[in-house]
Design a binder for this molecule. Structure first.
Ligand SMILES: *Cc1c(COP(=O)(O)O)cnc(C)c1O
Length: 235
């Protein structure tokens, strides 16, 4: 496809997604600008990130360091600087690479990972934003903390100079009404904001369940498929 063709395609899907977010905000009695769209660009090329940025998308997310670091370098070489979110499982040996381009790390779910990030960022001028990933189904295989681990990991992040605890992130469990799961997340997010003033980001909602997430207080929705199209690989 030509660049102009792809641009028109992305502009149309972006309009549809923004419309969905606006409607969901209206239905929830929240102001239309209460929710930030994060475009999940995994498996799609740097050229798509550049087109989306040109269409006004400010935040993009990636889930694999190798792909993300190359893509970020290509985008930055064009003088474009979106806010990069890292949303994938993060191995401790990838921490140094990820903090080289990421502005927000959404998938911190262990004290050990928080510690590795804290050591790697100790000399940064401005702290990096961290969201603690919450498991809404208690299945540790899918990432995220459960129970009091939320507070153990949050304390580890909050006590690191190079990190700023910004809030929570979650993925809706399979096989459950996403609204019920996001309602539980909303309770935890409320407790976090009381415990750590300023930690008010709630990253929840994907292409299939953004309306439920907005209803239960998401401040950021992470949209891949509805914006960019179906991914070839299963991730
Ligand atoms: C891929 C991914 C998304 C986007 O999912 P879509 O269903 O394509 O919108 C959101 N969050 C995370 C953590 C992802 O890995």
């Amino acid at each position: 496809m030509t660049d102009a063709g792809r641009r028109a395609e992305l502009a149309a899907s972006l309009d549809r997604v923004r419309e969905r977010i606006a409607r969901a905000c209206l239905a929830a009695g929240r102001p239309p600008d209460a929710v930030t769209l994060t475009a999940v660009t995994k498996t799609y090329p740097a050229s798509d990130v550049l087109l989306l940025a040109g269409l006004g998308v400010t935040d993009v997310a990636e889930n694999r360091d190798q792909e993300a670091s190359a893509k970020a370098a290509a985008v930055h070489a064009e003088g474009v600087r979106p806010r990069w979110h890292f949303v994938g499982q993060l191995q401790r040996n990838k921490v140094r690479s990820v903090i080289g381009y990421a502005d927000v790390i959404e998938s911190v779910d262990s004290v050990r990972l928080a510690g590795a990030l804290g050591r790697a960022t100790v000399e940064r001028e401005s702290p990096i934003d961290v969201l603690v990933q919450v498991s809404l189904d208690g299945d540790p295989a899918r990432g995220g903390v459960s129970g009091d681990d939320l507070w153990r990991v949050s304390d580890a992040v909050a006590s690191s100079d190079g990190l700023r605890l910004a809030g929570v992130m979650a993925v809706a469990p399979r096989g459950e009404d996403p609204g019920a799961a996001f309602a539980r997340l909303e309770v935890l997010a409320g407790q976090m904001a009381v415990r750590y003033p300023g930690a008010s980001t709630v990253s929840a909602g994907m292409s299939g369940d953004l309306e439920a997430a907005v209803r239960y207080g998401a401040t950021h929705v992470r949209i891949g498929t509805s914006l960019l199209g179906m991914r070839n690989s299963l991730r």
